[in-house]
Design a protein around this ligand. Structure first.
Ligand code: DAH
Length: 333
């Protein structure tokens, strides 16, 4: 027994790895280990001797188990120390900078427009990008034969459902939901089968609607002139008669060209003016469609967000907004 102990101690002293320890454990106290074998020899002994012998083997076994445990801790400690020594960290190196994102120029433009209208008391509503044909056209007084309904312009999902071609159906959604008076704007994505340097199949509009008693064209003029002044600064504003099925009378609004300051250039087609939005007094048919009482009247308007952002920042290609080239986006951070 004494020799077994000495041999164990010698072996343990040389052990360096987990694998060495495993082997030592197996060869001394494993199933066929030398200490285990000793237990088997007990059957040859007298009862009196058995007791003493058994006690000694158990002591030896415990001693071996504990020594192996201690050695394991030692080895683990050494491994840890060695890896820490190897992985030296240079705390004098400058830290890596964390990059901050920025708000997309379209989102930023929408926020800016919202802030102006909110300051005048307008609410902000959301509509649906997937819309009923009925809300997108019919209830806005756009009859079945109207060219705007052409398959060439509209993405249809089925006969009755489409990707909205403008934010105007939100007028219907809100008025069906709320009693007058209503006063809101509604920004969002719209879809048309159209693509060139000023048109994208998906783009953004902001719709506006105000319905109350005694609303007149002068209210429309006042609100939109003030909005354009707050967004573009001190520029000439001009209202031009136009046509939309859902408004009567209708108008388009131009601002003095902010590129050439009205002198005439390529951007304003040498007219000195840029068209920036469509508007008008809500058509009586639309108010009737949502069952608003006769004494109510209102005005509505719609504008293209990309166009606003392009004019304000002097951007000449709409695709830049959707390619997400980091060099383009960085300029807005
Ligand atoms: N929905 C029109 C368009 O997409 C824009 C528009 C014009 C909206 C006049 C209006 C409006 O609410 O009154 O071209």
């Amino acid at each position: 027994m004494y020799y077994i102990k000495k041999e164990f101690e010698a072996a343990l002293k040389d052990a360096k790895t987990h694998e060495d320890l495993k082997q030592i454990k197996a060869s001394f106290i494993g199933k066929k280990g030398r200490v285990t074998e000793l237990f088997k020899q007990m059957s040859y002994l007298e009862d009196e001797q058995k007791k003493e012998f058994g006690k000694n083997i158990n002591q030896l076994k415990n001693y071996i188990e504990n020594s192996i445990k201690r050695k394991l801790d030692e080895i683990n400690e050494t491994i840890k120390r060695e890896s820490l020594d190897k992985e030296s960290i240079d705390i004098t190196l400058p830290a890596r900078k964390s990059a901050f994102g920025s708000i997309h120029p379209i989102t930023e433009t929408i926020i800016e427009i919202e802030d102006i209208f909110k300051s005048m008391g307008f609410d902000v509503e959301t509509g649906n990008e997937i819309e009923y044909d009925r809300y997108n056209f019919e209830m806005l007084n756009i009859p079945k034969e109207h060219p705007a309904r052409d398959m060439q312009d509209t993405f249809y999902i089925n006969d009755n459902v489409l990707l909205r071609t403008h934010t105007s159906p939100t007028q219907i959604r809100v008025m069906k939901e709320k009693k007058p008076p209503v006063m809101f704007i509604s920004p969002g994505k719209v879809y048309r089968r159209d693509s060139d340097i000023t048109h994208s199949p998906m783009f953004h509009q902001v719709e506006g609607l105000l319905v109350d008693r005694d609303v007149h064209f002068s209210d429309l003029k006042g609100v939109l002139s003030e909005f354009l002044r707050m967004y573009f600064g001190d520029v000439p504003v001009r209202f031009r008669p136009s046509y939309f099925p859902f408004t009567e009378p209708s108008a388009e609004v131009d601002i003095g060209c902010i590129i050439c300051k009205g002198k005439g250039c390529r951007v304003c087609s040498h007219t000195g003016f840029l068209e920036v939005l469509g508007c008008g007094m809500v058509h009586p048919n639309v108010l009737r469609n949502v069952e608003y009482p006769k004494e109510y009247s209102g005005f509505a308007f719609g504008l293209g967000v990309e166009r606003f952002a392009m004019l304000k920042h002097g951007i000449d290609n709409i695709k830049l907004f959707f390619e997400n080239d980091i060099r383009f986006l960085k300029q807005f951070s």
